[in-house]
Write a protein that binds this ligand. Structure first.
Ligand SMILES: *[C@@H]1O[C@H](CO)[C@@H](O)[C@H](O)[C@H]1NC(C)=O
Ligand SMILES: *[C@@H]1O[C@H](CO)[C@@H](O)[C@H](O)[C@H]1NC(C)=O
Ligand SMILES: [Zn+2]
Length: 902
């Protein structure tokens, strides 16, 4: 079967091509396979209740469309609360009817929690305090009705609220629907009775920085009984629900019981490394209840995450079914007598298992110990093979030959990393075409893939005809197995990726004599078989990685080197799937390699040309634009603030156009410097972004392609905004109509006043209790400089003069809060005077959330309507703008009535 004379390069590549097409196709098909959606509530054959996608999406649609944008503090948010209480009570009634009829051991309790609290919530390297008033949670506990059964409970969480710019169908109304449907199936399953209780928490303030889960964790009487949590989230609208955090051995074991697993140790390790700060409610449960759990989310098509188009119609068919069936299985298992909940009361075992979902529904898991033994044996075996295969070689040539081959392999790795980054420099700095691939997560493969190949080929030019093809093989095997072992010895489970490549390669290499008539030659069959699994593995990893990271580059800030991040991902995740490129580069001699380099260079030039003509955005892959209409009631000025959160070119041109159309200037002013003392964007401080927004450190990625980062995010001391501006803001003055009297002033709608104010001249302190009133305003922020000695926000304010930001979130109709503190006076400021920047968002001033009641908004809404329409027309629907009407108020020495009276 094998040719007696080796084939030429072109013919050989044609023979290998099917493998290179088949393996990624299998991976893609596998990735896209979702369960068939069910409509009926009961299986018509077994007559048992079943998860119904139609039912789940019905709930999600009600919340996201009939109720609408459920931003904390708005009227819609209050409506969602009311609806949820009704749903919970319906479940309870159903439950009671079932118990009355069957006498089953089942109890459903409903609790609506309401409360106030404070918490420190550091984010993106910023120290930040949250204070919340009258926020609520709706909780259903299903148990067998006994004290014993309620002792160790499983917590299941999702959030009812949605973020500022989004109706939140997938995030997180979908999960709310999933939980409701799981409850229906459980209580309607004949004979089902939980050994351990399940607490279903519908928390009603996640997007305001996890206030709801904080409230539950710190104040609800059931919270201390929770032993583990299942958190259901979304940062996208398509694909299987991904398990991205499993924080203990017990939880990994529990996950192995789901019908359609989708989780890998890679995702787990990437998230726990902190490169993607997974800021979900999970953080509160870990911090305040100290429990382990599973954090799961829908992550495909993350372009719609926190956008207007996060709608039910954009949730892929089968997603709800997948999420529902997996969640149900987990709840059933963890509340059964096989559950580890009771054992978790004594603490969780840290993860020490390599786990992954390969093709299909197979969940592979093995312990770190097994991994070490397996990788160790493989490494040893690759060394034996290397020695045996080169037995003809003289002893004192064997080592130098292996070393030369190892150097060639390392050069290949270096070439694969460098070339795509050179292309990124060309796109970003030379051609000014950043993010040109943005609208398709797989497009970057076309841009950086050929570059990887070119780098690999060029790197081999020096050593071609000096190193033997076969020695390169043995060297590759030993290096991959060695890296797998080394990583595993460092307890990094992701080392399995190298094992998964080295193992099939070693097997086919050993079998090569069966494929090749000339034992000195490596058969093309060996290449084809050898390449299959590495390409498949790399494709399985590349698809979700790009699906998550490419949309993410649209919200990581203008200065994040997004092009390099994506180039590195392809170099590190995708290209290692083609290890045999290196021996192949040597197979056909120097002239063939040179020709290969020329052809690949032409390919590269062609793809660069194509991408420089490509538009990064389209109507389903939009640019995010942040717009604030700011009314400064202290200066009587009005401004339009505009910001993007990506580095694609053309933003300044867009701003110019907006300024000409709506502003009082004829061109855009220079971008504004963002720092802690610029309060214009305090409503979004430090940019509210609960999941996937990374506390990204440019120093870190610039130097290397390594994607791991030591700690979680930044230390609180560094000023991130100087190194990395998340938003690129422009401030445009607006014309204020003559004789305009702001209702915020004339009606004295908001104010800060002192309830108590005592100075202690001896101690040099000032004791304050201030009341912040904010009728009509939500998400207020106060920022001030002071040396705080004590306050009610937490127990250890920094012992120095510093700037503080306090963000508030309250239930609709709750219009004030109180802050108590003791501050230190100084020689320069003996009275301990304060200058407070106070800003709030008009509850009726959010576009498009409040479109239906636009008449009730003021000047801001009228402008937003025109601006939004104008944007849609001029950009062809490629921009999603969040338009917020803010009111800013600078309060000086508020205790002095002369100043306090505006
Ligand atoms: C949290 O739980 C772990 C066991 O899972 C225990 O070792 C640790 O001390 C606990 N931490 C706190 C602050 O209670
Ligand atoms: C909180 O809500 C309750 C009613 O649920 C209300 O009586 C109370 O005044 C509210 N608190 C504030 C500070 O508005
Ligand atoms: Zn969410």
């Amino acid at each position: 079967m094998a040719p007696s004379k080796p084939w030429g390069a072109v013919r050989s590549l044609l023979v290998l091509a099917p493998v290179l097409i088949l393996a990624p196709s299998i991976a893609y098909w596998n990735h896209k396979t979702l369960p068939a959606p069910l409509t009926e509530l009961t299986d018509s054959v077994s007559n048992l209740p079943q998860i119904s996608e139609a039912q789940i999406l019905g709930f999600a649609k009600h919340l996201s469309e009939e109720i609408g944008y459920r931003t904390v503090g708005t009227e819609e948010h209050a409506l969602a609360d009311k609806w949820m209480v009704e749903q919970a009570n319906l479940i309870k009634k159903q439950c009671e009817a079932i118990v009355a009829e069957t006498g089953r051991k089942l109890e459903c309790e409903v609790s609506r929690q309401e409360g106030n609290g404070h918490h420190r919530f550091d984010m993106m390297g910023k120290r930040l305090y949250k204070t919340y008033v009258n926020l609520s949670n709706i909780i259903v506990r299903i148990s067998d009705g006994t004290e014993e059964g309620k002792k160790h409970a499983l917590l299941v969480n999702s959030h009812l609220d949605s973020t500022l710019p989004s109706p939140g169908a997938a995030d997180d109304a979908l999960s709310v629907g999933v939980m409701l449907d799981c409850m229906r199936v459980l209580i309607n399953t004949p004979g089902w009775s939980p050994v351990h209780a399940a607490i279903f928490l519908f928390n009603h303030a996640e997007e305001s920085l996890q206030d709801g889960s904080h409230l539950f964790s710190t104040q609800h009487p059931w919270a201390p009984t929770a032993r583990a949590v299942i958190n259901l989230e979304a940062a996208g609208t398509t694909g299987r629900e991904l398990l991205f955090q499993a924080t203990s051995e017990q939880m990994i074991e529990a996950y192995s019981h789901v019908p359609r697993p989708y989780g890998t140790v890679f995702a787990n390790e990437i998230f726990s490394s902190g490169i993607i700060l997974s800021d979900t409610d999970f953080r509160q449960f870990e911090e305040y209840i100290n429990i382990t759990g599973l954090d799961m989310a829908v992550v495909g098509n993350s372009y719609l995450y926190h956008m207007r188009k996060d709608l039910v119609e954009n949730i892929e068919v089968g997603v709800a079914q997948h999420m529902g069936e997996n969640s149900l299985a987990l709840i059933k298992y963890l509340t059964s007598d096989k559950s580890s909940l009771a054992e978790l009361a004594d603490g969780a075992k840290p993860p020490a298992t390599v786990f992954l979902t390969y093709v299909g529904r197979i969940f592979v898991s093995y312990s770190y110990t097994t991994a070490k033994v397996m990788y160790g044996i493989l490494f040893w075996f690759t060394l034996v093979v290397a020695k045996a295969r080169n037995k003809s070689a003289h002893k004192n040539v064997f080592v130098p030959e292996q070393v030369d081959a190892a150097i060639a392999v390392c050069a290949g790795v270096a070439g694969t990393l460098i070339a795509p980054n050179v292309v990124a420099v060309i796109m970003r700095n030379v051609l000014n075409k950043s993010l040109s691939w943005f609208s398709n997560p797989f497009a970057p493969l076309l841009l950086y893939g050929p570059a990887c190949l070119l780098g690999a080929l060029i790197s081999q030019y020096r050593s071609v005809e000096k190193v033997k093809e076969k020695t390169l093989w043995t060297s590759l095997l030993a290096m991959q197995a060695g890296i797998a072992l080394a990583l595993q010895l460092a307890n990094i489970g992701s080392g399995t990726i190298f094992f998964m490549s080295a193992l099939p390669l070693t097997i086919v290499f050993v079998l090569n004599p069966f494929f090749s008539q000339d034992p000195k030659q490596i058969s093309l069959v060996t290449y084809a078989l050898g390449q299959f699994f590495p390409v498949l593995t790399a494709s399985l990893l590349t698809i979700p990685t790009l699906e998550v990271f490419v949309p993410l580059t649209g919200r990581t800030g203008a200065e994040a080197p997004a092009d390099h991040v994506i180039a590195c991902i392809i170099a590190v995740v995708s290209c290692p799937g083609f290890p045999l490129v290196i021996p192949l580069a040597h197979r056909f001699g120097k002239r063939a390699l040179l020709r290969g380099i020329i052809v690949t260079s032409i390919l590269n030039a062609a793809s660069i040309a194509y991408f420089s003509a490509r538009n990064p955005y389209d109507d389903m892959h939009q640019k995010r634009l942040f717009v604030i209409h700011m009314e400064n009631v202290t200066t009587s000025e009005q401004h339009l603030h505009l910001a993007a959160s990506d580095g694609a070119p053309g933003f300044e041109l867009l701003v110019n156009d907006i300024v000409r159309e709506f502003g009082t200037l004829d061109h855009a002013p220079a971008p504004v410097v963002m720092n802690d003392h610029n309060s214009d964007w305090d409503s979004l401080y430090p940019f509210s972004a609960p999941i996937y927004i990374q506390s990204y450190d440019p120093r870190f990625i610039r130097g290397s392609c390594s994607l791991t980062q030591g700690g979680r995010g930044f230390s609180a001391s560094g000023d991130i905004s100087e190194r990395w501006r998340f938003l690129t803001p422009f401030k445009v003055p607006l014309a204020v109509p003559a004789g305009y009297a702001s209702p915020w002033v004339t009606e004295k709608k908001f104010s800060i006043s002192a309830i108590e104010d005592e100075k202690d001249l001896v101690a040099g302190t000032r004791n304050l209790k201030i009341k912040i009133d904010h009728p009509g305003l939500i998400w207020t922020v106060i920022a001030f400089d002071a040396h705080v000695l004590k306050w009610d926000l937490d127990d250890n304010p920094p012992d120095e003069y510093a700037r503080h930001h306090v963000k508030e979130a309250s239930f609709y109709g709750t219009n004030s809060y109180i802050l108590e503190m003791v501050i230190k006076t100084s020689v320069a400021n003996p009275d301990g005077k304060l200058l407070i920047n106070y800003m709030g968002l008009q509850e009726k001033g959010i576009w498009p959330a409040k479109k239906d009641v636009k008449e009730e908004g003021d000047a801001a809404m009228a402008l937003f309507e025109r601006l939004d329409d104008w944007l849609d027309r001029t950009t062809g629907g490629t921009v999603d703008a969040l338009l917020m009407g803010d009111v800013l108020f600078v309060v000086m020495d508020y205790w002095n009535p002369a100043h306090y009276d505006l």
